[in-house]
Design a protein around this ligand. Structure first.
Ligand SMILES: Nc1ncnc2c1ncn2[C@@H]1O[C@H](COP(=O)(O)OP(=O)(O)OP(=O)(O)O)[C@@H](O)[C@H]1O
Ligand SMILES: [Mg+2]
Length: 295
């Protein structure tokens, strides 16, 4: 498991990571969600031991990431692709496998497995230079898995990929969670965090604003849901549900839209249109930072 405690780092122009703490358990996908420049990749570099923290501590299954034995427990798929374009997919896996000290027999077995998980079996003997962007991302993940690490750092593993590769990557990452690995996943897409992560930390300007399950974050910072009902029967009193009527449109702000729907159903109320706006991680981000995720 990953433990990060009060992590700090600066490139010299103000803090890039400013007191970050979290844990990622085995069998869990933990998401770092934040816009460009939030400090996600810097956090990954600090956990991977590529950068040394100016303050705070990283522990991987209790060990220091600078120690080779601890580092071998870690697989990293960096945001900047780490592949040799002139080698085939299989050769890339073999190269990184040998760097990690795998024997020839194990190397063959693991390469086949990683390539299969990445859905690249048909293209394993093609040069990477002939791969699409999505295939390169998938190979980047395969290479990170070659030494069978129990801890994975995936820095924007779906950036720039087509929907098919994205879905394949999601399935692969879920399968890796199913095998009991601890997975740290960064993204600036709230849909991805919402779909994939067991817990999410909202990050901005080097700080974690809050973390927890998606539902927990929405409950704490999402504000109420809004139910809009068009053409609602005039005899339906909206006031007991704290609704407002404006011409043909009734509006209910509620922590639980089902209460409004249930009241409509119980009273067999007639209406012509119905919309529910539920708060999402975008709303959470806006309420935590005062900015939209995609500005
Ligand atoms: N090598 C570097 N030298 C100087 N400043 C850097 C360097 N790398 C990152 N930074 C700065 O540190 C801050 C955090 O950057 P970081 O790359 O960790 O963010 P990020 O959340 O990964 O962003 P992105 O979504 O764009 O990948 C930013 O202000 C960035 O400009
Ligand atoms: Mg980054």
């Amino acid at each position: 498991m990953i433990t990060v405690n009060d992590l700090r780092f600066s490139y010299g122009n103000g803090p890039a990571v400013d007191g970050v703490s979290f844990t990622v358990s085995a069998g869990e996908i933990f998401g770092l969600l934040g816009p460009n420049g939030a400090g996600k990749s810097t956090t990954i570099h600090l956990i991977g031991g590529v950068l040394s923290p100016a303050g705070g501590e990283v522990r991987l299954d209790g060990g220091d990431p600078k120690r080779p034995a601890t580092r071998r427990r870690l697989g990293v798929a960096p945001q900047t692709l780490s592949l040799y374009e002139g080698l085939t997919g299989e050769e890339n896996c073999a190269f990184f496998g040998r760097l990690n000290g795998l024997s020839s027999k194990l190397l063959k077995e693991r390469t086949a497995r990683a390539i299969d998980l990445a859905g690249l079996t048909d293209r394993a003997r093609d040069r990477v230079s002939a791969y699409s962007g999505g295939m390169k991302r998938r190979l980047n993940l395969a290479v990170a898995l070659i030494h069978d690490p129990p801890i994975l750092l995936l820095d924007e593993p779906t950036v720039g990929v087509d929907p098919q590769s994205r879905n394949h990557l999601f399935d692969s990452i879920e399968a890796l969670r199913g095998e009991g690995r601890a997975i740290l996943f960064t993204t600036h897409y709230m849909e991805e965090a919402q779909r994939l992560c067991d817990r999410v930390a909202v990050m901005d300007h080097g700080k974690i604003m809050d973390s927890g399950s998606v539902d927990g974050l929405i409950a704490r910072h999402g504000g109420p849901s809004v139910v809009e009902v068009e053409g609602l029967d005039r005899s339906f009193a909206v006031e007991p549900l704290e609704g407002t009527r404006n011409g043909d449109l009734c509006r209910f702000e509620t922590p639980n839209p089902m209460i409004v729907l249930q009241a409509l159903a119980d009273r067999k109320a007639a209406y012509t249109g119905l919309r529910i706006h539920r708060a999402d991680l975008e709303t959470v981000f806006l309420n935590l930072t005062g900015r939209r995720l995609r500005d």
